[in-house]
Design a protein around this ligand. Sequence first.
Ligand code: 2AM
Length: 177
Amino acid sequence: MIEAADTVRLFFALWPDSALQGRLAAWAKQAAGKARPMRRENLHMTLAFLGATQTTLLPLLTESARTVRFVPFTLRLDRIAYWKHNRIIWCGADQDPPALSALVGELRACLDASAIAYDRKPFVSHVTLVRNAPGLQMAQPWEPLVWEARDFALVQSEKTDGRISYRPLERFSASSA
Ligand code: 2AM
């Protein structure tokens, strides 16, 4: 039987640099009202969500992620939106750069090749800014932001004292293959 202690909750993500995290967090804080802004250090864009994964698979996972070709790209976060089904305010790109779509495709192919399970829902690029939001009407005006994506990360999600934190375990860039 697989015990919870034998698993880690994982996902692959683009991780903004500190300056971009700061801008996103400042907007989220202002826009949140009584809703819950994402904490600055948790802001990211999920590329593939694995969920509970056996810890014994970590070496295989990192080894195969290193084979993913990463082509640096610019992501223009020009869209602000609200999803009613999960009550989040998020930002994203009107149009995904081809390199982002290719990265997600390669990542999925590499997980398939290693028989590692992940959420197969179609990828919709987004950065969650506010959770538990009643809508977008309280939001501040959105100024498009530019994200220079230079690597992607394998991230562990942990709950400590009721607070979720995300911890990048390893980063992968063009030079890591
Ligand atoms: P969200 O921000 O839209 O909630 C960690 O949970 C990250 O993985 C979040 O960015 C979350 O997206 C994303 N994610 C994608 N699929 C998920 C799933 N099936 N369950 C939980 N989180 C998921």
